[in-house]
Ligand binder design. Structure first.
Ligand code: NAD
Length: 477
């Protein structure tokens, strides 16, 4: 949830926590420990702009929970970043990791800049200095705290972080694992770039496959033909839009910070992206209607709304006008707590951020494992699996030969589909799908058991797992 007027983002996350905690039987002291933010580091440092001027940059890193280590969470570059926001996002990371069984505590970092106002060289200086500040205070390291991309950052920033950390650490052997979301040539894992959006797609697909829930919403099962609106075409929004469209959904509305476009007949995502690259805007896309603001797109008639930009987009003042029957929270905190309540009361199915965008951290976990094991996933088994598969297919051919007395050959398509070993990308995507499918079943079961919405069910599940972790540590006998 984003912030409603008056209540800070972190307070709102804690409000959700409290709403779920009443469905558990853990001691109050333990619940207080789980929801409190353990450490917050705020730093100001100077950088020299290309013009020669000196500017002071404010940056943050919050480590919410150390019940598992390292802590893990993205780094965002946005003008509005502040201590409260990174604490809230770090808390969401703690619960997210617990929901998808990724063994990390939650963290989040941010630098209060609008990246569009800085050159690449300036961004590099800012990123490297930030990493150095984190290293000095022991807020980064493969076993300590591992950042990843978030709003306004990507593979390039992660490479600078890795390179800077490597030059200051006294443990260069595992240094690659100090950050995830790196490019493949620098220790990144195949499939990480699109992981969050792909995870969002898996989560939406699972929700749409539950006949009982779709019936309650007056929708048919499956994604095919469903009308979708996406706000934010960055890493998460673009990939989520791409995967839902590939599954047969119709993209009727797309929004970016400059405005939005609408076409009830459907928009071709790649053509819109090409148009934006050529003109600098998604507006005036041939055949589509322009909407003045990104916020207008949220109110379009559609079946599924995917807010994938920033927090606090759906609030008390616009929640009543939302027409979607399913809201898929690809961004962190796009609904305020009040809006969430209003939409739940109206029977809208909200698939919560704390589950839905967990694909990023899931695949980051795979990348971290790859870096620590110093071997690409599947490297030692791929050829062995391929050979085994062709031996099995050969045996099947021989058996059929014996039965019918005439030599037969497996169709080429069967050989192509079955006669191979899993690549790193296959393994990553399969691990991601398994995680998102199992976690959806779990949070839905929890919400049914406690007669709550999905978000509360997800929080209950997270609280129980974290509480168990603390109990096992013996801190709360
Ligand atoms: P990004 O920087 O790649 O993309 C964000 C996009 O939103 C940009 O294209 C930006 O122009 C656009 N945008 C900004 N304000 C907008 C507005 N008012 N209306 C419409 N579009 C707007 O960031 P991202 O990594 O895609 O992150 C988006 C959200 O997803 C954030 O809330 C982030 O915390 C969350 N998230 C990201 C990841 C990840 O792996 N990147 C993982 C989990 C959660």
């Amino acid at each position: 949830m984003g912030s409603d007027s008056g209540a800070s983002f972190f307070k709102q996350v804690n409000l959700m926590f409290d709403r779920a905690a009443v469905h558990t039987s853990h001691p109050t002291g333990l619940l207080n420990q789980i929801k409190s933010c353990n450490s917050v580091y705020e730093v100001g440092f100077p950088i020299i702009r290309d013009s020669g001027e000196i500017e002071v940059i404010r940056a943050y890193r919050a480590e919410h929970s150390h019940h598992k280590q390292p802590t893990k969470g993205g780094i965002r570059y946005a003008p509005v970043v502040n201590a409260d926001e990174v604490m809230a996002l770090a808390a969401l990371m703690t619960y997210k990791c617990a929901i998808v069984d990724v063994p990390f505590g939650g963290a989040k970092g941010g630098i209060a800049i609008n990246r569009r106002e800085y050159s690449v060289r300036e961004l590099e200086r800012i990123t490297r200095r930030y990493t150095f500040e984190l290293a000095r205070k022991n807020f980064i390291g493969p076993g300590v705290d591992v950042p990843a991309p978030d709003y306004g950052t990507g593979a390039q920033e992660m490479t600078w972080i890795m390179d800077t950390y490597t030059s200051v650490t006294d443990n260069p052997l595992d240094a690659l694992a100090c950050v995830t979301g790196k490019p493949v040539g620098h220790g990144g894992v195949r499939g990480r770039v699109e992981a969050t959006g792909r995870g969002v797609f898996f989560g939406i697909r699972e929700a749409c496959d539950v006949a009982e829930d779709m019936q309650e919403l007056g929708l048919s099962t499956g994604l095919a033909g469903k009308r979708v609106v996406v706000q934010g075409l960055g890493n998460v929004g673009y990939h989520a839009a791409r995967f839902v469209a590939e599954a047969g959904a119709r993209l009727v509305g797309l929004a970016e910070y400059e405005g939005a476009i609408y076409s009830p007949n459907g928009l071709n995502l790649e053509n819109v992206v090409t148009h934006r690259l050529a003109t600098g805007s998604i507006l005036d896309f041939p055949g589509a209607t322009n909407l003045n603001t990104s916020a207008d797109a949220l109110e379009l008639p559609c079946d599924i709304l995917i807010p994938a930009a920033l927090e606090g987009q759906i609030r008390e003042d616009n929640a009543d006008r939302i027409q979607a029957k399913v809201i898929a929270e690809a961004a962190n905190g796009p609904l305020t707590a009040r809006a969430d309540q209003m939409l739940s009361d109206r029977g809208v199915l909200v698939i919560p951020d704390v589950y839905l965008n967990a694909g990023g951290v899931t695949v980051s976990y795979f990348e971290w494992l790859r870096n620590l094991s110093h071997v690409r996933h599947g490297r030692m088994s791929r050829r062995f699996e391929a050979r085994n598969a062709s031996r099995i297919l050969q045996s099947v051919e021989n058996l059929i030969d014996q039965r019918i007395g005439t030599p037969v050959a497996m169709p080429t398509q069967v050989m192509t589909d079955l006669g191979f070993g899993a690549s790193e990308e296959d393994l990553v995507n399969s691990g991601l799908e398994d995680t998102m499918v199992s976690a959806y079943e779990e949070i839905r079961r929890s919400s049914r058991r406690h007669k709550t919405d999905l978000r509360t069910g997800a929080f209950v599940s997270a609280i129980d797992k974290i509480a168990k972790g603390y109990m096992q540590l013996g801190i709360f006998p």
